[in-house]
Design a protein around this ligand. Structure first.
Ligand code: G3I
Length: 547
């Protein structure tokens, strides 16, 4: 027991599970967390401090765009971009370049110059070559081409670089995009090259068109390394198809960066939310976006378009109708969205915790990304063939055996004890040549009630009459103890609140939890009723009982 407690403490310290900045959380997972930045604001201590401490990656919001960095045919204005690079180097941060080819913020001398296609070809070649060479070794990834695809129906935008008059490939589809990637690769062979767009975050018609381009580029060896998903969201955004979109790019061997995330919400004239609950809804979207990214090893960077509500493009863009789109408020205080990001990182630590010994990966088979008390897990590693036990030590320091289901040289499947406390935990696979351990976390996703038929939705609960004549129900399940005291356990039977008499360990069967409730007299004899349990705001499956 003592050795496992020592291991747990050491690993938690090493992992910094108490970390509370986005940067610490992302560093722990080897992830990039970034923000769009304006170097004119570095003089403000609060701004500079937030960008230095919360982020490990910066991207110029405007300062590397053509119109800013190349204001006349023979002038390059590298100063603002260089300030960002210097700030990043001082603070040990990476810089992401944005952008080389875009139909907006082009210098007026280009758009108004009546250049021929071959002159524009030379101009864009020289621009890409000069800018990428200047930042070689300082900018690790570039949005080479930004927003080339129009919305509906998705098609290449008619614009100066494509066909108005274009750089010589008008009407030849994505060839001008391909050319830009080739020039960028030649200027800095070490920079990662991205195509970046908005409104194509989930699987939809626009992302299908971008995917087809990416697939074609990969097949033909065009130097494309990744796809940027901008993710300018509103509260009606549906992220259910974000994961499949990320997954299909990764399957092509590409990286995915979330590049410009913000979630705009309606605001009053005084800048407060029209609906106070919207900040929580916003947080839910932040958590969903980040958790989804963290599920894929190829989704390597998560960036917001700014960091504080003090500076964001949204209020200007929406004439003040929407705002409050970022994780920190205007006073640099964490919003629910910030806390949701921290939670997403901490939950992901379950799957990505650096291993000691031979364990390399742990995954929860339920697909939630959480190791849940009572849940099935797979442990991957090497030299596991002789494993004879998996010991789980939870945050109280108590160790329990998981039930082994499958053992091979590279994988052990087991069922976690049902009565683990939520929070940091240590898994230790014994029985090999020496124990191998990994720090992780367990979280009770939701209380689970057992049913007689194993569906989770069927008949459940025993009806008992006690010696005093009170009729009560005994419910059995998981995820009740350790989350809550009895005051936070609420049970409804047929929609009627049922007073809770007991909530905790079942006592007879190891690991099982039990809740006893008084059966509301008004329901007796009404037939089949639904029962639902809420523990600390987490709702169980619905079971039935005939009364
Ligand atoms: O720098 C000039 C300043 O000198 C001048 O006095 C002032 C007067 O309007 O304009 C300033 O330039 C503005 C610039 O932001 C810097 O503040 C531009 O007018 C303004 O159009 C520009 O807006 C930027 C916009 O891109 C340009 O289209 C936003 O800040 C920036 O957040 C936004 O970022 C884009 C990404 O690059 C691509 N994806 C969408 C995203 C949001 O639109």
């Amino acid at each position: 027991m003592t050795i496992h407690r020592t291991l747990l403490v050491a690993a938690l310290v090493a992992l910094g599970l108490e970390a509370q900045t986005l940067r610490e959380e992302a560093d722990r997972l080897g992830m990039l967390v970034g923000g769009a930045v304006d170097p004119e604001l570095f003089g403000q201590a609060a701004y500079a401090n937030a960008f230095a401490t919360q982020l490990n990656m910066l991207e110029p919001e405007n300062d590397m765009k053509f119109g800013v960095i190349h204001p006349s045919p023979t002038t390059y204005n590298f100063s603002p971009g260089d300030q960002i690079v210097a700030f990043a180097q001082t603070n040990g941060q990476k810089v992401r370049g944005h952008n080389l080819v875009w139909y907006q913020q082009i210098a007026p001398w280009v758009t108004g110059g009546n250049y021929t296609a071959s002159q524009l070809n030379q101009i864009l070649h020289d621009h890409i070559t000069t800018v990428v060479s200047h930042y070689a070794g300082q900018v690790f990834a570039w949005d080479v081409v930004n927003e080339a695809m129009s919305d509906s129906p998705p098609a290449l935008r008619s614009e100066v670089w494509y066909d108005s008059p274009g750089i010589g490939f008008a009407g030849q589809g994505t060839k001008y995009i391909e050319q830009a990637f080739v020039w960028a690769r030649a200027a800095d062979p070490n920079a990662l090259l991205f195509y970046n767009d908005y409104g194509a975050d989930v699987v939809n018609a626009k992302s299908n068109a971008i995917y087809a381009m990416a697939q074609d580029f990969r097949a033909r060896g065009v130097p494309l390394d990744g796809i940027g998903l901008q993710m300018h969201l509103s509260l009606s955004s549906d992220l259910s198809q974000l994961g499949p979109n990320i997954q299909r790019y990764i399957a092509l061997g590409l990286q995915v960066h979330i590049t410009e995330l913000d979630v705009q919400i309606p605001v009053k004239a005084n800048g407060t939310p029209v609906n106070p609950g919207d900040l929580q809804k916003q947080a839910t979207l932040y958590q969903a976006a980040l958790s989804t990214c963290l599920r894929y090893k190829g989704c390597t960077a998560f960036q917001t378009w700014g960091l504080t509500d003090k500076y964001s493009w949204i209020p200007g863009y929406t004439n003040g109708v929407d705002g409050l789109a970022l994780p920190l408020d205007a006073n640099y205080q964490p919003k629910p969205a910030f806390n949701a990001m921290i939670t997403a990182y901490q939950n992901a630590a379950v799957l990505n915790a650096p291993a000691t010994g031979g364990i390399s990966v742990i995954s929860a088979t339920g697909g939630t990304g959480l190791l849940a008390p009572g849940g099935l897990i797979s442990i991957y590693g090497s030299g596991l063939g002789n494993a004879s036990s998996v010991l789980v030590t939870d945050s109280s320091g108590t160790s329990r055996m998981a039930t082994l289901l499958y053992v091979s040289a590279t994988q052990v499947n087991c069922m976690l004890p049902a009565d683990l406390l939520p929070g940091p935990a240590m898994l230790s696979v014994n029985g090999g040549d020496s124990p191998v351990s990994v720090a992780t976390r367990t979280e009770t996703v939701a209380p689970g009630l057992f049913t007689a038929d194993g569906t989770g939705q069927g008949m459940a609960a025993a009806i008992t009459v006690d010696s005093g004549g009170t009729t009560y129900l005994e419910l059995f399940g998981t995820g009740i103890r350790g989350r809550s005291d009895i005051a936070n356990v609420h049970v409804t039977v047929g929609g009627v609140a049922a007073p809770v008499l007991y909530a905790g360990p079942q006592g007879q069967f190891y690991g099982l939890d039990q809740i006893n409730v008084v059966l509301p007299a008004s329901l007796i004899g009404t037939g089949s009723v639904n029962i639902e349990v809420e523990v600390d705001g987490r709702v169980s499956n619905v079971v039935q009982v005939v009364i």
